[in-house]
Design a protein around this ligand. Structure first.
Ligand SMILES: Cc1cc2nc3c(=O)[nH]c(=O)nc-3n(C[C@H](O)[C@H](O)[C@H](O)COP(=O)(O)O)c2cc1C
Length: 325
């Protein structure tokens, strides 16, 4: 355990999920770093309101960073120099070479870059010469099982001055299915001298212990495991400190949902928040009593007052159930 104690635990970039409110909450529970969802360098070339919103980092955050994706070298350089370098509160830039979405793959961006090592070489050199900020590259094991080239991509990152890499240990073909191959993370770690962050299938403290044990990575990035469960950061940190951790009570989960609504309302308008929070509520209450009924109800409500009153009622029910146990 002592070997693991100083390893970084990060919140992954998650499109549609890691907005400002969720990042603040993950930091509160101990995330050492967080990332915005990926932002297109093409969109950044224009003054695009939606892009500015995604890139917005609040003064409540100390460890938030920006993830970008793209393929065009000039646009990458421009985005980094003009949009990110001036942001003093952003210490790191993550570059996405892992996104499997068909629209992005077809444009030769995201994970499609792994098919084009020449472009990977140019992009990593461009990134390095464009900024003094810390840069990481996040990639997969390869495009498919017969083209696993994560070692070559990792070596190229290292040679070109990238500070660390994050391996999501699945191929592009797998999207998010099948088990992540932690063995590949171990192989990458054995072959690089820059830090390697492990990503894929960490949903519990036990998964964290196992992935660190198997890969010897320099840190872990939590993704789906943190959705509706930012407490996982605290469980892991408590475990590292004390050798044990205690799960939050169901009623505390409801408090956390409420806090996320309140934080979101500071940064976005009510209609958007009510809409965007629906999926978060579903993740938070999964497995709790009456979860389906509450989720269905939340999906029909339109104002924060209605939602807060439902949450209050739900909290009372959960507390009563807890007292009975
Ligand atoms: C809803 C969703 C959105 C994602 N968005 C991004 C993204 O914007 N940038 C990125 O690098 N990876 C993105 N990913 C991939 C995750 O960061 C992570 O690599 C992947 O989910 C594997 O980790 P896990 O098995 O722990 O979930 C996304 C994944 C999901 C499920």
């Amino acid at each position: 355990m002592s070997e693991t104690r100083n390893k970084e635990i990060m919140l992954a970039p998650l499109a549609g999920v890691t907005d400002v409110a969720f990042r603040i909450i993950c930091e509160k529970y101990g995330a050492d770093k967080t990332f915005t969802e990926m932002v297109s360098v093409n969109a950044m070339a224009f003054d695009n309101k939606q892009t500015d919103e995604i890139m917005f980092i609040s003064d409540k955050e100390k460890h938030a960073n920006i993830q970008i994706f793209g393929r065009d070298l000039e646009r990458i350089e421009k985005a980094v120099k003009e949009k990110i370098n001036p942001l003093d509160n952003v210490k790191e830039i993550s570059f996405n070479m892992g996104c499997p979405a068909p629209k992005i793959f077809k444009n030769g961006e995201g994970s499609a870059l792994m098919k084009d090592l020449d472009q990977v070489d140019k992009i990593t050199k461009t990134l390095r010469k464009s900024t003094d900020k810390i840069i990481n590259v996040k990639f997969r094991t390869g495009v498919d099982d017969s083209h696993k080239n994560y070692l070559e991509v990792g070596k190229m990152c290292e040679t070109n001055g990238i500070d660390y890499v994050i391996l999501h240990a699945r191929t592009r073909d797998q999207h998010y299915q099948g088990k992540a191959s932690w063995e590949d993370i171990r192989i990458l770690k054995d072959n690089l001298s820059i830090p390697v962050i492990a990503n894929g299938d960490v949903f519990t403290v036990e998964d964290f212990i196992n992935i660190m044990d198997e890969t010897k990575a320099d840190g872990v990035m939590l993704a789906r495991g943190a959705m509706g469960n930012p407490f996982l950061f605290k469980y892991i940190k408590d475990y590292l400190k004390n050798g044990s951790y205690q799960k939050v009570r169901p009623a505390e989960i409801v408090d956390q949902i409420r806090e996320q609504y309140e934080l979101s309302l500071l940064y976005k308008d009510e209609r958007l928040v009510v809409n965007q929070m629906r999926k978060h509520v579903g993740w938070y209450i999964k497995g709790l009593p009456n979860a389906t009924k509450i989720r269905e109800k939340v999906n029909t409500l339109k104002t924060k007052e209605e939602i807060f009153s439902l949450l209050d009622e739900y909290k009372d029910v959960l507390e009563e159930e807890n007292d009975r146990e």
